[in-house]
Design a protein. Structure first.
Lengths: 181, 178
């Protein structure tokens, strides 16, 4: 029989609260968040960094927690979907998802939220396509998610024409023009 | 690039009468209590050099009975169309002596946001004379793959009989048809 894996203390700041937790060398950040700290909004689906459902924001960057070794996160500032809401209510990204009903089963939603939050807080111009590419939604609520993200990007950049989000209009597609090349 | 021009309206009429019910003594028979009616039209680009199929548009219509929750009903059909697209073009479970051989997302492709067509329209057709409430789950999933296959046949003249309609299969069929 092998001895239990040795643990060492990891200092982590999660949603503004400091923690010190014992981790082993093969723990991932996801293990620490779920098992030790009980942040259940980050969810493991593929364990390969392909589905996006475990995405959290680490030091301002969206990270797949299932791939991030815990031991290199010492001193990191981690944010999960639990930390988005404050006393004023939902985070604008959460509110946009609610307004557009951008979920059905909502298993993937926290991952989407955290990627969008990281995208908005990044200095560069928001690139929703890049931010959302690594996320899968098996319910297929992609159009509503896209609408929610477009809405929040639009509000953030204050460009014209934010209001008329068409996601739940009776017919939300634009008439297509056909051309012959 | 050859783009086929489309003008006017595509419409179709048909009727389908189902018979079912359970035998009163044996309990055998067709147990469904009602049937789902959904139809999908697809518009595709086929790259004849690589075999890649890009779906430009999917239009789905479903006979929805009386819709109780329009937002969720629409999302359910939206979801079934994207699921159907994924199943038509990407998803293939391989077996090795009865065991799944590609049981992780690194080997099993699922449609993501970038794979959805630019045009995705859903119509929920209600019958004002019929207050019946239908189940709407995944109603438009089955017709997506045949719609895409028909669109491919119309575009490049090949009949694909296997799912998913991957670039390899399209190329092979193109090769055979030459």
């Amino acid at each position: 029989m092998t001895d239990p894996a040795p643990t060492f203390p990891l200092r982590l700041r999660v949603n503004g609260r400091n923690h010190q937790v014992p981790v082993t060398a093969d723990d991932t950040l996801l293990d620490v968040l779920r098992r030790e700290l009980r942040y259940f909004s980050c969810r493991e689906t593929c364990g390969l960094g392909l589905c996006g459902s475990c995405t959290v924001v680490v030091d301002g960057r969206a990270v797949s927690a299932c791939l991030a070794p815990a031991f290199v996160q010492d001193g990191a500032d981690v944010r999960t979907a639990e930390g988005l809401e404050d006393s004023d209510g939902l985070h604008p990204v959460q509110q946009a998802f609610v307004d557009e009903q951008a979920f059905q089963c909502s298993f993937c939603t926290p991952g989407f939220l955290m990627s969008v939050v990281a995208m908005l807080e990044d200095d560069g111009a928001p690139d929703p396509e890049q931010a959302l590419t690594g996320h899968l939604c098996r319910c297929g609520s992609y159009r509503q998610i896209q609408a929610a993200v477009d809405r929040v990007v639009c509000e953030r950049t204050r460009s014209a024409g934010c209001a008329g989000s068409p996601a739940h209009a009776a017919d939300r597609s634009t008439p297509e023009t056909e051309e012959t090349r | 690039v050859i783009t086929k021009s489309r003008r006017g309206t595509l419409s179709g009429n048909g009727s389908f009468v189902t018979e079912g019910g359970l035998h009163p003594e044996t309990g055998q028979g067709i147990a469904s209590d009602h049937w789902h009616q959904g139809a999908v039209a697809a518009e595709v680009d086929v790259d004849t050099a690589t075999g890649k199929v890009t779906v430009r548009g999917l239009r789905a219509a479903v006979y929805a009975g009386t819709v109780v929750n329009p937002v969720n009903a629409r999302m359910q059909i939206d979801g079934s169309v994207s699921f159907g697209l994924s199943h038509a073009l990407f998803e293939q479970l391989l077996h090795d002596e009865g065991h799944p051989a590609n049981s992780s997302l690194s080997e099993y492709a699922v449609a993501g946001l970038g794979d959805l067509p630019a045009v995705l329209e859903v119509s929920l057709i209600e019958d004002p004379d019929n207050p019946e409430v239908h189940g709407l789950g995944e109603t438009c999933l089955p017709p997506v793959a045949p719609a895409i296959a028909n669109a491919i046949a119309d575009a490049v003249g090949i009949r694909l009989r296997d799912l998913p309609m991957t670039a390899e299969r399209v190329l092979d069929a193109l090769e055979e048809s030459r």
